[in-house]
Design a protein around this ligand. Structure first.
Ligand code: FES
Ligand code: FES
Length: 245
């Protein structure tokens, strides 16, 4: 004789976090739930119930990681002939060290990404974008900013030439242009070649093309390029530089 088996109560997952008990009937020979199957069903439903939801996992991944304390380091720089001992967050750029810590705001922050040249300063005789360089990389270096080139009473020859030739309009790019121009003429004097030279083994000359190429990293939104080239040509001792040679 085939009897009606009593219902068996099992847990069944109903959503992300809940489960409910349901009756599983064993009506006849066609459906039998062995003890092993029952245990497996229960274990699966517990696992589903306890598993964290996808949203919870995503929330955890997006949560901000705990802030780490900044790491400071000591650095000494000689800026415009004056020695400075600073203790800086190691992430401080040379540009921010000059502007925010030494209050030398003549050096400008344009893009802060190495694309405009507004932050150009001269370090150990070479022009660099100070926004792309960490201050702690410059231990013991000699930095020259626009404030160290000349003063309002005693302008550097390049500053005087910029004034004479109207090498600026708004003036925002000008400190970087002047620092770059001074270093460019020094590079040419030292014989450092550029790719616009026909013969890179020959000594470079301060031609208009040469100066424009070397100044190409200094952008001027006011478009004072021709006048800047004239100013540089005058300081280089050449003719006004509009001849494109
Ligand atoms: S601010 Fe440094 S290159 Fe623009
Ligand atoms: S003078 Fe205005 S950006 Fe150069």
């Amino acid at each position: 004789m085939v009897g009606i088996a009593p219902p068996i109560r099992v847990h069944q997952a109903t959503g992300n976090t809940q489960s409910q008990e349901v009756d599983v009937h064993q009506p006849d020979e066609g459906f039998k739930l062995t003890r092993r199957e029952l245990l497996l069903t229960s274990a699966t439903s517990v696992a589903v119930t306890l598993a964290p939801s996808a949203a919870a996992v995503a929330d955890k991944a997006m949560a901000p990681s705990p802030q780490k304390a900044p790491v400071n380091a000591k650095v000494s720089l000689t800026v415009n002939g004056k020695q400075h001992a600073l203790e800086l967050d190691t992430r401080t750029t040379l540009l921010d060290a000059l502007r925010e810590h030494l209050r030398l705001t003549g050096t400008k922050k344009g893009c802060d990404h190495g694309q405009c040249g507004a932050c150009t300063v001269i370090v150990n005789g070479e022009r660099i974008n100070s926004c792309l360089s960490l201050a702690v990389q410059h231990e013991g270096d000699a930095v020259t900013t626009i404030e160290g080139l000349g003063t309002p009473d005693k302008l550097h020859p390049m500053q005087a030439a910029f004034v004479k030739h109207d090498g600026y309009q708004c003036g925002y790019c000008t400190p970087g242009q002047v620092c770059s121009a001074v270093a460019v003429l020094d590079e040419i004097k030292r014989g450092i070649p550029s790719h616009v030279q026909d013969d890179i083994t020959a000594r470079p000359r301060a031609t208009n093309m040469e100066m424009r190429e070397r100044m190409s990293g200094n952008l001027c939104r006011c478009g004072a390029y021709s006048n800047i080239a004239d100013a540089m040509a005058e300081v280089a001792g050449g003719k006004a530089g509009r001849d494109r040679t």
